[in-house]
Design a protein. Structure first.
Length: 233
C-alpha cells in the first residue's frame, strides 16, 4: 500500500515568550519537526539552554515592547532570509492568533493546470513529486509580480515539458500548508500546444489517466473536485 505523504518542507518561525512553559514546548516541537526557530524571551540564561537543546537562535527581548518585537523580527529576517510565522506565547496573543500557535504572515499564492487530452475518452495528466512522494496536478508558487495565469502556464511547462494553452478556470483549492501558511491555488483547464513530457523540475514521472484512475491515484482529497470538473468540461 502506498503511503500518502503530507506536502511538507521546513519553515522558519519566531516564538515570542520562548522561555515560558508554552513557548519552550512550542520551540521544542517546531525544532523537532525540522523547522528553523528564533526563540525570543526575557531570560538570556533560559534562552541559551533552550538554544543548546533545540538548535534555535536565541534573542533576548521584552515582548511587551513593540520596538523590541520589531527588532526581533528584523533580526530573524536578516539571519534566515525568510519568515513563515510568528507565535506569541506571552500572556494573551496580542497579535491576534491563538496563544502558542504560529501565525501566518500571508496567503501563499500559487497556480497550476489540469492538462487534458481527448481521444477515445478524456484523459488527465497527473504528476509524481519524489520530494513529497505524492501524485497531484502540476502547480507552483507565483513569482512576485507574476499573474496567476502566467504562473499556471510556467509551472506546467517547468514540471512536465509541455507548453499549454489556458482553457476555462476551474475551482481553486485552499488549505494550510505544512509551514502553517494559508495557501490558495488557482487552476485552469489546459490543452497541450507543443512539447514532450520531460522531467527536470521537482517531478520525476507523469501519467495520462482517466478520471476514475485519477481519483484512485491522486494523493490529496482536495484534488478530486478538479478531476470531476475537468471530466465534465
Amino acid at each position: 500500500m502506498e503511503t500518502r505523504a503530507r506536502e511538507s518542507e521546513p519553515g522558519v518561525f519566531v516564538v515570542l515568550g520562548a522561555t515560558g512553559g508554552v513557548g519552550s514546548a512550542l520551540t521544542r516541537r517546531l525544532a523537532g519537526q525540522g523547522h528553523r526557530v528564533l526563540a525570543a524571551g526575557r531570560s538570556a540564561e533560559r534562552l541559551e539552554a533552550l538554544a543548546s537543546e533545540t538548535g534555535a537562535k536565541p534573542f533576548v527581548l521584552d515582548a511587551r515592547r513593540t520596538g523590541e518585537v520589531l527588532a526581533c523580527l528584523s533580526a530573524a529576517m536578516d539571519h534566515f532570509g525568510e519568515l513563515d510565522g510568528v507565535a506569541n506565547c506571552v500572556g494573551s496573543a496580542r497579535s491576534g492568533g491563538a496563544k502558542g500557535r504560529p501565525l501566518s504572515l500571508g496567503v501563499v499564492r500559487a497556480a497550476g493546470g489540469v492538462v487534458v487530452r481527448d481521444g477515445a475518452g478524456r484523459e488527465l495528466l497527473v504528476v509524481h513529486r519524489p520530494r513529497y512522494r505524492d501524485w497531484t496536478f502540476p502547480k507552483g508558487k507565483a513569482d512576485p509580480g507574476e499573474s496567476d495565469e502566467a504562473c499556471a502556464v510556467r509551472e506546467v511547462e517547468e514540471e512536465t515539458g509541455l507548453r499549454c494553452v489556458l482553457g476555462s478556470e476551474l475551482s481553486a483549492t485552499e488549505y494550510v500548508d505544512a509551514r502553517g501558511r494559508p495557501k490558495r491555488v488557482r487552476y485552469w483547464l489546459m490543452q497541450v500546444e507543443s512539447g514532450e513530457l520531460r522531467f527536470e523540475h521537482e517531478v520525476d514521472d507523469a501519467r495520462w489517466v482517466t478520471a476514475r484512475e485519477a481519483e484512485a491515484l491522486l494523493t490529496y482529497p482536495r484534488d478530486l473536485e478538479l478531476v470531476r470538473a475537468a471530466a465534465a468540461a
